[in-house]
Design a protein around this ligand. Sequence first.
Ligand SMILES: [Zn+2]
Ligand SMILES: [Zn+2]
Length: 359
Amino acid sequence: MHVPDTPLSFPSRPDDLITARPEGLYCPPGDFYIDPWRPVDRAVITHAHSDHARTGHGHYLAHQDSRGTLQTRLGEIALQTVGYGEGIVHNGVRISLHPAGHVLGSAQVRLEHAGRVWVASGDYKTEPDGTNTPFEPVPCDTFITESTFGLPIYRWPTQEQLFRDIDAWWRANAEAGRASVLLCYAFGKAQRILHGVDASIGPIVVHGAVEPLNAVYRAAGVALPPTLRVTDPGVTPALLKRALVLAPPSAQGTPWMRRFGNYSDAFASGWMQLRGTRRRRNVDRGFVMSDHADWPGLQKAVAGTGAERVFVTHGSVAVMVRWLTENGLEAQGFKTEYGDEDVADAPAPTEQTPPQGPE
Ligand SMILES: [Zn+2]
Ligand SMILES: [Zn+2]
């Protein structure tokens, strides 16, 4: 398969609303950045994952549902928040945030200035999952999209199928008297699993890294079943044999896991769709689950904006740019320092076909 060279930064035009700077995505007329990776005075933050929300900025603007997660991760910051669709004007640029369907408070950033409209998507997912406001396409001239899973092989199971599979695995383990340890990211995935599983199967125990984020989701009105910590009274070895245990991937192989005895383990990630990932993670089961759009979702999202010009930030940049170009759009890659909460699980580039774009 031939993959054309991808320009890593695009030649900016004098009237571009967003350009590349070493600090991050920059809006020249507004004099602010979007998800900058180096400290700046003013930052608009799409969501609280660590590669998009960093410490050290002078002022932060984010969605109101990101307040709790940003403060959990960054401590006290100078933060202004807005609701979805609520516009504010800064240096003549109208800024508004729109649902991205990725994690609680995640937003696309819409900029309007002198008759032009640009939208920077941040990370997004097109299928609703019940734990955050569903993605909405925002009409624009120019769209900046992620492409974490921008290869045709990535097609997610429906929510319904995913939770049927997770529930069946948990139920079978509970009947056999062993704990079900599901490794997943503490912010976003863990709450989505809690919201989606059948809590009547047994008790649910969470790692200490997960519970503070559960509290933020509950405070935002997201329905989550009761959760226990291993230190809670009443959490006995007998109870653990029927439990679903949610822990971050970093807990794998640590002494914290010993209390679960002869448990079954699983990993929830979009990368589980790739052959070999489950074996490499050394777990019994892999569940294909992502906070990002799959290949059909990315295509639907781009088409939904009506944009004529598209920039691709992270993930399978070259493949996505080629697809967009073949479909008559003006498309280019855009070098950023965004990774992803899932990138730690991503296979080495040599294991992937076709090759990945830069990250
Ligand atoms: Zn993210
Ligand atoms: Zn990201």
